[in-house]
Design a protein around this ligand. Structure first.
Ligand code: AMP
Length: 113
């Protein structure tokens, strides 16, 4: 299995990493959709939100907590930001390793496209 996010976790592919710990890594998206666009991923390969269960749910919870920490770090806490996780074709998922998009620095619209 060739997963670009696993390669980033392993240090085998370049990334602009802004935070990392034993469970999660956060790095800047190569194609930013907002002034601040960071991806927070678990080190463990989980294909997407559909693969979450009671056993790995703590990892997903930690990923969300890291997103909050990085939001503070990036100065997004006061004005707010958006978290997005896409699943499958209709969700628009293109990388099949669980990730949360942390988007900030501009006013988001709703509903999403
Ligand atoms: P999604 O379409 O929700 O699966 O999001 C995947 C995101 O990963 C997209 O926003 C891509 O721009 C981003 N992406 C893909 N490859 C890389 C990479 N090597 N480094 C940083 N971001 C990436």
């Amino acid at each position: 299995m060739d997963c670009i996010f696993c390669r980033i976790v392993a240090g085998d592919a370049p990334a602009d990493i802004v935070y990392e710990d034993d469970i999660a890594v956060a790095f800047r998206d190569i194609k930013p959709a907002a002034p601040t666009h960071i991806l927070v991923i678990p080190r463990e390969h989980i294909a997407g939100p559909l693969d979450l269960d009671d056993e790995n749910a703590p990892i997903a919870g930690h990923v969300l907590a890291v997103a909050a920490q990085v939001a503070h770090q990036e100065g997004l806490a006061d004005d707010g930001y958006r978290l997005v996780t896409n699943q499958g074709r209709n969700g628009g998922q293109s990388v099949f390793h669980l990730h949360v998009h942390l988007l900030g620095g501009r006013r988001m619209t709703w509903p999403p496209g």
